[in-house]
Design a protein around this ligand. Sequence first.
Ligand code: GLN
Length: 278
Amino acid sequence: MTFEQWLRQSALPKNEARMLLQYISGITRVQLITQGDAEMPSETAEKLEAAAQRRLNGEPVAYILGEREFYGRTFAVNPNVLIPRPETEHLVEAVLARLPEGGRVWDLGTGSGAVAVTVALERPDAQVRASDISSGALETARENAARLGAAVEFASGSWFDVDRPSEKCSYDVVVSNPPYIEAEDEHLRQGDLRFEPQNALTDFSDGLSCIRALAAGAPEYLKAGGWLLLEHGYDQGEAVRNILSDKGFARVETLRDLAGLERITLGQKPQSFSDGLS
Ligand code: GLN
């Protein structure tokens, strides 16, 4: 069978079939046009058929290829980590805009490390820490930092309760893309999400419990004037603004993604911080 013939007979959407073909055979898009009538080596054909079958069973393309592009760089991904979303590039931009020269950032629940590694590479002057509760995720994030040459300090644990003690009141930015999908949300049982780590997607509760924990814990680690930035669901903006305001954050606002949906809420730790308890 030729490359062209395989593409034509594949049951996959054309763009996905082409992506798998190019990745597995190593031929470029131009070669596919100019040499598409060449015979495919049988080994390539077998690998391609296996990959196509996985996709037909619903597995996300990123897991089949083992990589996904984020902010112009290629990140290794696997079922231990969420597949980086384009919306999260916006979270990176919001961090970069608020990070002073030589500033310190902590990315909690880093997953593949997409946010932490990107910030470290875009801003070599910054000190970046990344943590996750999942050892499989941390391993992937470390691999991505090493492959891309990013200086990131890693810690393991649940939110602020990590194995490496962290200096109090020392961060300029605390950032997270936490699990924020409600336990009952039907999307968890549809499409790509079925294959992603459930504990990276949902808090198995009302979708806001991790956001509450992050907003409650962040002031202890933020400098006065430092920022907390959280990604959340399109319909959670108001709830997240209320949580941040209740926890004593100032200048609370929500940023929209390219689709115009509320996606990132941020707040600043005021100079004289009061958590509302004292
Ligand atoms: N944005 C993702 C989705 O809806 C969820 C990411 C997350 O829970 N942090 O598919």
